[in-house]
Design a protein around this ligand. Structure first.
Ligand code: HEC
Ligand code: HEC
Length: 153
């Protein structure tokens, strides 16, 4: 027990030294922890009605329109009033794809699967804001074409 205690003590001391050596801690906090900065103004939601390019094939597409006040709960699903199979003739909205009818065994149900009922679990709007941190994401097509040219990245 004593040995274990000593070992743990050394470990925590080492961690403390490593922590002290780190000069700045990465944070998105804009002000000191003791201050209450003024909240930035609410950003505008992109509402351009233009479907966005997906960053990778499995990405749930971004919502290109406002969704303020669109209720989705046990009683009603506003999204489906436009995006359900039956509604698309009237709404001209893209239909939810066939994966939205699949249960977890991959069987196709007659209507939207409960796993896909709460649309905002996966689909989100975008806001007109500057990114808080740099984004280094590289599209797969850029990667593939770079590879085709025989470069490293
Ligand atoms: C009043 C009809 C209507 C309602 C309600 C509606 N949408 Fe849409 N949605 C559209 C139309 C039309 C488009 C095609 C692009 C456009 O015109 O904005 C679209 C586009 C989308 C797209 C982009 C699809 C793609 O392939 O890029 C997503 C995702 C989406 N909507 C999700 C939702 C979600 C989630 C809700 C509920 C919170 C919702 N929509 C409610 C009409 C609607
Ligand atoms: C568990 C995550 C998830 C939920 C919940 C979900 N979706 Fe999706 N959705 C996706 C993914 C992933 C895609 C793209 C791949 C695909 O089509 O399955 C997609 C695609 C779409 C598309 C584009 C279809 C096409 O063919 O271009 C629309 C429209 C859409 N979803 C609407 C909705 C609506 C409306 C709801 C709520 C009723 C919803 N989704 C719920 C993940 C989800």
């Amino acid at each position: 027990m004593i040995r274990l205690g000593a070992f743990l003590f050394i470990l925590t001391s080492l961690a403390g030294i490593a922590f002290a050596a780190e000069e700045t801690i990465a944070t998105l906090r804009a002000a000191a922890i003791s201050e209450t900065p003024q909240a930035p103004p609410m950003a505008r939601v992109f509402n351009r009605d233009l479907r966005q390019v997906r960053n990778y094939p499995e990405q749930p597409p971004l919502i290109p329109h406002r969704i303020d006040g669109y209720q989705v709960d046990l009683n009603t699903n506003k999204c489906l009033t436009c995006h359900s199979r039956a509604a698309t003739g009237e709404s001209q909205a893209p239909m939810v794809s066939i994966t939205h009818f699949m249960d977890r065994e991959g069987q196709f149900l007659a209507s939207i699967s409960p796993r896909r009922y709460f649309c905002n679990q996966c689909h989100v709007v975008q806001h007109d804001v500057q990114p808080l941190i740099e984004n280094e994401f590289v599209d797969i097509d850029s990667l593939l074409s770079a590879e085709g040219q025989g470069t490293e990245n």
